[in-house]
Design a protein around this ligand. Structure first.
Ligand SMILES: Cc1cc2nc3c(=O)[nH]c(=O)nc-3n(C[C@H](O)[C@H](O)[C@H](O)COP(=O)(O)OP(=O)(O)OC[C@H]3O[C@@H](n4cnc5c(N)ncnc54)[C@H](O)[C@@H]3O)c2cc1C
Length: 591
């Protein structure tokens, strides 16, 4: 497997790998990673679909990419899906997946046209004082000390960030910036999370610095992620003859480990309550999604809070990974990620408005007609003075195909949900029913207090969802805590998803799951085509200069970082005017 960029490789089709007709593949997990791996096996590896088997412990595919309409519960999605143009592997996949909306076009075509016609941006990114615009005015508000803290993290080698927390690099100078409000709530970072992950995120999304404050960096699909991303992929795979086995939990994969090679020999699983084993040869590939950030997530309803009794480390995916990890140190250390639910949980809620009382408040906050079919809030609105650090979003409506025309479906989440009471509802979010979460949200939109309870209970259906492990991949980590996508010496297996280790990309993204899937397939089948490298904006001097100036709200970064050099440059000004470097620095507002 090798990385590439540019059109030559992007449009090329690889030759059929040797021996592929004699191979078969078993996927553990039907999340985006497992599905994408199956699609790459077919498209690029030219494996027969009928040779591919997907085991999923749940009753449907999609994993974290959900969107359920249950007549008894209502509409539910655990999260929104912020996406961007440089999800290189994801778009490489979806250019080949037919749309289920429009005949003859791909999911990528559809997404591209939609986001051209109706680009995303927010008209109120942060609110305060019960429904007022916090007027952050697209400013980052980074003072000199905070700028130096960011620079220090940026310049620290990865190895020195192993097992370090973010708060070992940042203090209140940084945490009081608008930058942190935007960043923390957009990506769900906490002060105790990994400094390494924070650095990787800055590197990965540096080309989007300008688009952070109003979220114009983001793109969204037409519907929820299940209907827009998962259903077309499942339909494509089924049409190719792929075998889906639901209600099938893999409990272990047994390996034969020798110093020079590692071979997966047996899969142990429980299918619909029956134990079963599958013996494997070196021609049987096993692609394992190890770890799952929605493991043990629980739903409440209007009248009940979700159950939150999961103990640290509990859950089928962790059990499987522990069984695998016990066989070789190269298979990672799941306990690094799943042992501290108090640091990895948060809660979201799907709210459906049932009549015409709440939509005017959504319109007031978004500054757009929520029924127009276009972008509504344009990404999340963060309530800066919310005790739960609440954010909410209404994407283009309808968000579900089955949604009645007069209803809106939105998504709320709180980053601090286990021990702080709300501003209106005097309980931690985790103990709240759907109605109470809706009340807290209505309060922050400025609904008169005497109408809040009636509106929350009669004009909305709110389904809370507690996710104990939702940010587990952000826990501080060191080399070897995640297994490599294809561990050294592995002959017929690989790891995919958010807890498999690949170079430079950032977790908590759909792209990461698809990238690891592509890398696993290309390595195991020796597919002779480049995997698109992570977008290399951080190595582009123009992006670095431009983003540095934008981060400083237009101030010249050199004034902050190297004041003595700045004086020197000023003295040399006349002589430097015609220098190409100075021209570049000037173009991007650095001198
Ligand atoms: C709330 C939320 C918000 C998000 N927001 C964004 C966003 O804005 N932008 C973005 O790009 N990404 C976002 N993501 C991340 C993205 O959706 C996920 O990273 C991605 O979908 C993960 O896919 P996966 O296949 O790697 O893992 P998962 O989706 O976790 O799938 C793993 C699958 O494996 C199954 N499984 C696990 N163990 C076993 C077993 N032992 N046997 C059989 N089956 C098993 C699980 O049931 C699951 O279906 C978000 C995720 C969440 C939860």
């Amino acid at each position: 497997m090798y990385y590439s960029n540019g059109n030559y490789e992007a449009f090329a089709r690889p030759v059929k790998p040797d021996g592929v007709d004699n191979k078969s593949a078993y996927m553990v997990g039907a999340g985006l990673a497992g599905l994408a791996a199956a699609a790459f096996l077919i498209r690029d590896g030219q494996m027969k679909g009928s040779n591919i088997h997907i085991f999923e412990e749940l009753k449907l595919a999609g994993g974290a990419c959900d969107g359920i309409h249950s007549p008894h519960v209502g509409f539910v999605c655990r999260g929104g899906r912020e996406m961007e143009n440089h999800f290189e592997c994801l778009w490489d996949l979806y250019r080949s997946i037919p749309s289920i909306e429009t005949e003859g076009v791909s999911v990528l075509d559809e997404f591209y046209w939609l986001n051209k016609r109706d680009p995303n941006y927010s008209l109120m990114r942060v609110s305060c004082n019960r429904g007022e615009d916090a007027q952050t005015d697209c400013k980052f508000d980074i003072n000199d000390k905070a700028a130096l803290q960011i620079l220090k993290l940026f310049m620290t080698p990865d190895e020195e960030l192993y097992d370090k927390r973010m708060d070992e690099f940042f203090d209140d100078d940084f945490y009081n910036t608008n930058f942190w409000i935007y960043w923390q709530t957009m990506f769900a970072f906490e002060k105790w999370h990994s400094a390494l992950e924070m650095k990787l995120y800055i590197y990965r999304f540096i080309h989007h610095i300008e688009g952070l404050p109003n979220l114009k960096a983001l793109k969204f699909a037409k519907y929820n992620s299940y209907e827009s991303l998962i259903l077309p992929l499942v339909r494509y795979l089924k049409a190719q003859g792929v075998d889906f086995q639901y209600d099938t939990r893999v409990t272990n994969v047994v390996f034969d480990i020798k110093p020079e090679k590692k071979v997966a020999k047996k899969i142990e699983l429980i299918k619909k309550g029956q134990s079963k084993t599958i013996d494997l040869t070196e021609n049987d590939l096993v692609i394992i999604t190890n770890g799952c950030n929605t493991e043990n997530s629980t739903l409440g309803d209007n009248d009940h809070a979700p159950d939150f009794s999961t103990k640290d480390g509990e859950g089928g995916c962790w059990e499987l990974w522990r069984n695998i990890a016990a066989q070789d140190p190269a298979f990672g250390r799941p306990e690094k990620f799943c042992s501290s639910i108090k640091e990895t949980n948060w809660e979201s809620a799907t709210v459906t408005t049932l009549d015409d009382r709440i939509p005017p408040y959504v319109q007031k906050m978004s500054k757009r007609d929520p029924f127009a079919g276009n972008v509504v809030t344009g990404g999340i609105i963060t309530v800066k003075d919310s005790n739960w650090l609440m954010s909410y979003t209404f994407n283009r409506q309808p968000h579900f195909k089955a949604q009645p025309k007069n209803q809106l479906v939105g998504w709320i989440y709180g980053l601090y949900c286990i021990d702080v009471p709300g501003n209106y509802v005097k309980k931690p979010m985790k103990d709240c029913t759907g109605i109470e979460i809706c009340e807290e949200w209505l309060y922050h939109m400025g609904v008169p207090v005497d109408q809040i309870h009636d509106m929350a209970s009669k004009s909305a259906n709110t389904i809370p969802c507690m996710m104990p492990y939702v940010t587990s991949f952000f826990m501080p980590r060191a080399e070897g805590d995640r297994p490599k996508v294809v561990p050294d010496g592995a002959v017929n297996f690989g790891f995919v998803g958010q807890f498999a280790d690949t170079f430079r990309d950032t977790v908590f993204t759909t792209e990461y799951s698809v990238r690891t899937a592509m890398e696993a397939v290309y390595t195991l089948l020796k597919v002779d085509r480049g995997v698109p490298e992570v977008f290399s904006s951080v190595y582009d001097i123009r992006v670095l200069l431009d983003s540095t100036s934008k981060l400083m709200d237009g101030r010249k970064p050199i004034e902050v970082m190297l004041p003595s050099l700045f004086t020197g440059i000023a003295a040399l000004k006349g002589k430097m005017d015609k220098n190409v470097v100075t021209k570049l620095l000037k173009r991007y507002n650095n001198v």
